[in-house]
Design a protein around this ligand. Structure first.
Ligand SMILES: O=C[C@H](O)COP(=O)(O)O
Length: 263
């Protein structure tokens, strides 16, 4: 565990590694991958592990993960409880198949499927209302980084995404900082660049919530995390885990990520 600097609350943030399989795998591959992740996680101590599987495979993946330490997550949800919303997945559905986590505001949902900050907020609130944990994804585009807008983008996405989320509710929220220019590109942010934004995000929680929330909130980094860069990223004081896309599809790589070397 990694103690934070504030001695008053003695917060200890347990590193959290989540694989986001996105729109990949077919059923047998998904089940095999889940089993491999479960096996790799057996020997990993002091780390929380989850996989966000494609919606059609959540139930069989849940079966494959039963009795293991790997939690299950959904990749997206609708903000309505249910009804005539063809193609949508409700939080009740996700809960009923054994999900503990749901992603909200992943950059691909924002950019490809048009999720606005208001939509992301509604999804976040619904996930929490359902009693699930929300991984709220934020991050800037390449142009925004180049024009010095990174912190401003994070501020807006946090402010809008967390509207109506109390300090108490924050116990069930994880933040995933994913600079969009680093997702699936092989262009990982350097540990220094990632740490700078993570530190900004943690301070944002001091200013907009309180020190206790800031000390306890898990902030994952996402964007081309792999077996070669995970140790350096995890050595940064404000990086508490990773949201992993491509490398989570390879059992060997994700296994190495889950069993990162603590520096
Ligand atoms: O949700 C995961 C992120 O989008 C990162 O994807 P990536 O590891 O393939 O860059």
């Amino acid at each position: 565990t990694r103690p934070t600097q504030n001695a008053i609350f003695m917060a200890e943030r347990v590193p959290f590694m989540a694989g986001n399989w996105k729109c990949n795998t077919v059923l047998p591959e998904a089940v095999d991958l889940a089993k491999a992740v479960a096996k790799a996680s057996e020997k990993a101590s002091g780390v929380t592990v989850a996989v966000c599987a494609p919606a059609p495979f959540l139930a069989p993946v849940a079966d494959a993960l039963k009795g293991t330490k790997v939690a299950l997550g959904g990749q997206d949800c609708h903000w309505e409880a249910g009804g005539a919303f063809t193609g949508a997945v409700s939080t009740a559905m996700l809960k009923s198949v054994g999900c503990e986590y749901v992603l909200s505001g992943h950059s691909e949902r924002r950019s490809i499927f048009g999720d606005s900050d208001a939509d992301v907020n509604k999804k976040t609130l619904k996930i929490l209302e359902e009693g699930l944990k929300c991984i709220l994804c934020i991050g800037e585009l390449k142009e925004e980084r180049e024009s010095g807008e990174t912190f401003n983008v994070c501020d807006v996405q946090l402010t809008e995404g967390l509207k109506g989320v109390s300090a108490e509710m924050m116990k069930n929220v994880v933040i995933a900082y994913e600079p969009v220019w680093a997702i699936g590109t092989g262009l990982t942010a350097t540990p220094e660049v990632a740490q700078e934004t993570h530190e900004y995000i943690r301070k944002w929680f001091v200013e907009n919530y309180n020190q206790e929330v800031a000390d306890n909130v898990i902030i994952q980094y996402g964007g081309s995390v792999n077996d070669a860069n995970v140790d350096d990223l995890m050595a940064c004081p404000d990086i508490d885990g990773a949201l992993v896309g491509g490398a989570s599809l390879k059992a060997e790589s994700f296994s190495r990520i889950v069993n990162f070397n603590k520096k």
